[in-house]
Write a protein that binds this ligand. Structure first.
Ligand code: ZN
Length: 143
């Protein structure tokens, strides 16, 4: 993907993040994530029903990479099964480690394919995705 296009997708998701704003609803699984190497702190709430991600919402103080990444994550993961989410997550992690990954599965999240060259930014891009991993683990513990 062209680097100008990447930048504009990141900017658009930072300025108009999808899923921003928490709601009162006990049916969501909630996690708090923070990144000590940046200003990032986000609260994430995820609704999973019949093994499908129905909704993801987040809020918090965070940098542009972190907010845009959370927004892109919301867009990418809603409607996916937990198995698909695990697969996407695995590939997002691989991409940020500079390894081979499945580009098609990541959809718009490939805009962070350069971030592995900048270790300080890695945690920013990963924070919300680690949050989803935590949610999936909570779900397994509850079963
Ligand atoms: Zn950050």
């Amino acid at each position: 993907m062209d680097s100008n296009l990447k930048r504009s997708i990141i900017l658009e998701n930072y300025q108009n993040p999808k899923g921003k704003g928490l709601i009162e609803d006990e049916s969501y699984i909630k996690v708090n994530m923070n990144n000590e190497s940046c200003i990032d702190e986000i609260n994430l709430m995820v609704k999973i029903e019949n093994d499908i991600v129905k909704d993801i919402r987040f809020d918090g103080e965070a940098c542009a990479i972190c907010i845009s990444s959370a927004s892109i994550m919301v867009e990418t993961l809603i409607g996916k099964t937990t198995k698909e989410v695990e697969y996407i997550l695995e590939n997002f992690l691989k991409m940020l480690e500079g390894k081979e990954y499945d580009e098609v599965a990541l959809e718009e999240a490939i805009v962070y394919d350069d971030v592995h060259k900048n270790p300080n930014r890695k945690k920013c891009a990963l924070l919300s995705w680690w949050g989803i991993e935590k949610v999936l683990n909570k779900l397994k513990d509850n079963k």
